[in-house]
Design a protein around this ligand. Structure first.
Ligand code: HEC
Ligand code: HEC
Length: 392
């Protein structure tokens, strides 16, 4: 048999069995791999332990889960399994378009140039708009020091360097530093996890909190606390919305239709205004459309501002009159309604149960899922005050 065919057969066998191998390594052709390098074995085990804990603790709690907030269109089932995620990086996989991945890309308003390979690297976060935040702290760019050297994530890859976050994680910009540090300790100590056992990035986040030193917790919290929270959402009341594609790999809704044909049906759908900007280029300034049920804004406002005639407590009492956060209490105005909804639901379930969460118990005790939906719709519609000129 021709030697080339034998080599091809061996490679084919290795690829089919998931063995990571370099397919070609000459100067002219870039290296191609059959798969990305996995996390360190100890981190895979850590991830699996947290997944098991999250599942055991959350599955028996009150249902139904507001699936839209967690990025699902179904309810969790006892048999659901969670596979270990692998961080993206510059490695080009067999079958990917080498030219496209290496092509230099730009964004309006930015003087930087990055390729898709740079953009997707989870452990070397790119800087499209360095003027929007203080110089990126090492931990935001490269992740906790104890996880470097092996494939893993940096904080800025999920939360974006400007802390705007994505609907599936959390907006961290402009939160009080002491509040954020406390959340990281709560996650580390098993006091904060997801009420949806399928949610994969929560165990990943908890794993990171457990890998951080006190100094790193301080450094990352101070970094994002110094970035002002600014507008990123455009809220629209609607019965019918454009057709959506729910990507179950990153738990995000993407707009695929142009005409309103899909029933919103009591959900809130948060979707990038421009998918290419938000997802492919990871433009951290790119905003989101938020479709909310007709009538939800007025009902939410009544609960938030007046407490709904004793049904709940006026949020401004603790979160500050402008709801932008104060002291140890986080800002809740103009932030991702999917994230906000998960927090209310998780706190009601008790899967978010640190000291601070006890103060929220009387707030959420009498609230139904519909009330919470109305509340987070209204909160999302608040436009945060513009930062003072000269402030970052
Ligand atoms: C794999 C994605 C991912 C990475 C990487 C990541 N996070 Fe998170 N982060 C999350 C998710 C998911 C949540 C919680 C979302 C939820 O509760 O629904 C979260 C929540 C948080 C919160 C709580 C925010 C709040 O309002 O209470 C803080 C603070 C935070 N992360 C900091 C960090 C820091 C610091 C790093 C880097 C060491 C980091 N994150 C890395 C996904 C990530
Ligand atoms: C008695 C004080 C108090 C009141 C009133 C209150 N909150 Fe809170 N809220 C808190 C505290 C404290 C936290 C931080 C919880 C923690 O440390 O885990 C919090 C956290 C939250 C969070 C999570 C934010 C994040 O970044 O993770 C949301 C959402 C929230 N509150 C919504 C509301 C809404 C909506 C209202 C009004 C209906 C309200 N809160 C009224 C004290 C309060």
């Amino acid at each position: 048999m021709d030697k080339k065919i034998i080599v091809a057969l061996i490679y084919g066998y290795l690829i089919a069995n998931g063995v990571p191998i370099a397919l070609s390594q000459t100067a002219e052709t870039p290296e191609l791999y059959s798969q990305r390098p996995p996390m360190a074995q100890s981190q895979i085990e850590e991830f699996e332990t947290i997944v098991k804990f999250q599942k055991e603790e959350s599955l028996s709690l009150w249902a139904p889960i507001p699936g839209w907030a967690y990025g699902y269109d179904s309810q969790p089932q006892p048999g659901d399994t969670l596979s270990v995620p692998t961080p993206a990086n510059r490695v080009i996989l067999y079958g990917e378009d080498v030219e496209e991945l290496a092509r230099p890309l730009t964004i309006e308003g930015s003087s930087a140039t990055f390729s898709r390979q740079d953009i997707r690297h989870a452990q070397d976060v790119i800087d499209w708009f360095p003027e929007d935040y203080p110089p990126m702290a090492d931990i935001i760019k490269h992740g906790p020091e104890s996880l470097r050297g092996e494939a893993d994530w940096a904080c800025g890859s999920c939360h974006l360097p400007n802390g705007k976050g994505r609907p599936s994680n959390a907006p961290t910009a402009g939160l009080p530093a002491a509040y954020m540090a406390q959340q990281l300790y709560d996650m580390r100590d098993g006091l904060r996890y997801s009420a949806d056992p399928r949610k994969p990035n929560m165990p990943n986040m908890i794993r990171m909190a457990r890998a951080m030193t006190d100094a790193e917790i301080q450094e990352s919290s101070e970094f994002w606390a110094a970035v002002p929270w600014t507008r990123r959402l455009h809220v629209i009341e609607a019965d019918l919305i454009p057709e959506m594609y729910l990507n179950l790999n990153n738990n995000m809704f993407f707009t695929v239709g142009t005409e309103p044909t899909e029933a919103l049906a009591g959900r809130i759908v948060e979707t990038p205004i421009d998918t290419h900007q938000a997802d492919y280029l990871r433009n951290p300034r790119s905003g989101f459309n938020v479709y909310v049920p007709v009538g939800s804004l007025a009902k939410g406002e009544e609960l938030v501002v007046n407490g709904g005639a004793g049904k709940t407590i006026q949020c401004g009492v603790c979160h500050g009159q402008d709801l932008m956060g104060i002291g140890l209490i986080p800002g809740i105005a103009g932030r991702s309604p999917s994230y906000m909804m998960r927090q209310l639901y998780d706190m009601k379930q008790g899967t978010r149960n640190g000291n601070g969460a006890q103060l929220m118990k009387p707030v959420i005790g009498n609230l139904s899922i519909e009330d919470m939906t109305n509340i987070v719709a209204y909160l999302a519609s608040i436009i945060p005050p513009a930062p003072v000129p000269g402030e970052l």
